[in-house]
Ligand binder design. Structure first.
Ligand code: CP
Length: 304
């Protein structure tokens, strides 16, 4: 495919191909003083960010630079978007300056999909509204595989603000494609309508859902997407849906603790769990660079 817009577009074979390519790239640069490959020399990658980001923007930039591509960073803040310029006109501007790939984050679900219809280059969805974040799901699958040997058959619990989480949507699609058993734990008000049709089990009892699982993935509570809607206090949320040391002890001995970041420490996860044994949160960020190198390499080298 020309673009990476949804984890749902990935077959088991194509997802495994990306994970295997990530593994090979990781091995190719491991221990090297110069962690740079010449693969995308002369190609231009644009980071088009209409919404804030730390990990995704930095790791796409690092990934493109480590493949020797030219990188242009566009942030809506400080651009002509403030003068009313549309996404379509911005897309044509990027096309005119020769973007071979556009990495797009946008607060509107579907924006990267629209963009893909306006440009000749490759479009990668770096998070669109509450819809999807496919490269985050690839990072998470890669991290599970690294620690647990395989994704197939693993029991993975995803916890928290599912309704607003593009990370949850992409992970449910990809992890189930790869054969994991996914359970969602959330307050009923933070589960989307139509959850019955998702390939998951839903459990409202966090303690029960954690018993012996291989991985627990905590989600950030996205207050910025909640408007004035009723919301429990931090203490109440944390008591019912927060991962603390007591709950951490319920997962399997080999089990891992994941969070895509940014974390709200003390809300969905306690600092002692975030920084404690079995936490792979920092490793997820490190894996982000090589997963995104693999995605850029596979999309862009297919055209050369
Ligand atoms: N996980 C993630 O997408 O983080 P950022 O919002 O910082 O990019």
């Amino acid at each position: 495919p020309r673009h990476l817009l949804s984890a749902g577009d990935l077959t088991r074979e194509s997802a495994l191909h990306i994970l295997d390519t990530t593994e090979r790239i990781g091995q190719a640069i491991a221990g090297r003083e110069v962690r740079k490959l010449p693969t995308l020399r002369g190609r231009t990658v644009v980071n088009l960010f209409y919404e804030d980001s730390t990990r995704t923007r930095l790791s796409f930039e690092a990934a493109a630079k480590r493949l020797s591509a030219d990188v242009i960073n566009f942030s809506a803040k400080g651009s002509s978007v403030s003068k009313g310029e549309s996404l379509k006109d911005t897309a044509w501007t990027l096309q005119a300056i020769g973007a071979d790939a556009i990495v797009c984050r946008h607060s509107s679900s579907g924006a990267p999909h629209q963009l893909s219809g306006w440009v000749d280059g490759h479009v990668i969805n770096a998070g669109d509204g509450t819809h999807e974040h496919p490269t985050q799901a690839l990072i998470d699958a890669f991290t599970v595989r690294k620690h647990l040997g395989d994704v197939e058959g693993k029991r993975i619990v995803i916890v928290g603000d599912v309704i607003h989480s593009r990370v949850a949507r992409s992970n449910v699609l990809l992890l189930s494609t790869l054969g994991a058993q996914v359970t969602l734990v959330a307050p009923p008000t933070l589960l989307p309508k139509g959850i019955e049709s998702w390939p998951v089990t839903v459990d409202y009892d966090f303690d029960r859902a954690l018993a012996g699982v291989d991985a627990v993935m905590m989600l950030r509570v996205q207050r910025e997407r909640m408007g004035d809607a009723f919301f429990p206090t931090t203490r109440e949320y944390s008591r019912q849906y927060g991962l603390d040391d007591r709950r951490r002890a319920l997962i399997a001995n080999h089990g891992i603790v994941m969070h895509p970041g940014p974390m709200v420490r003390g809300m969905e996860i306690s600092p002692s769990v975030a920084d404690g044994p079995g936490s792979v949160i920092v490793e997820q960020v490190a894996n982000g660079v090589i997963v995104r190198m693999a995605v850029l390499y596979l999309l862009l080298s297919a055209r050369t």
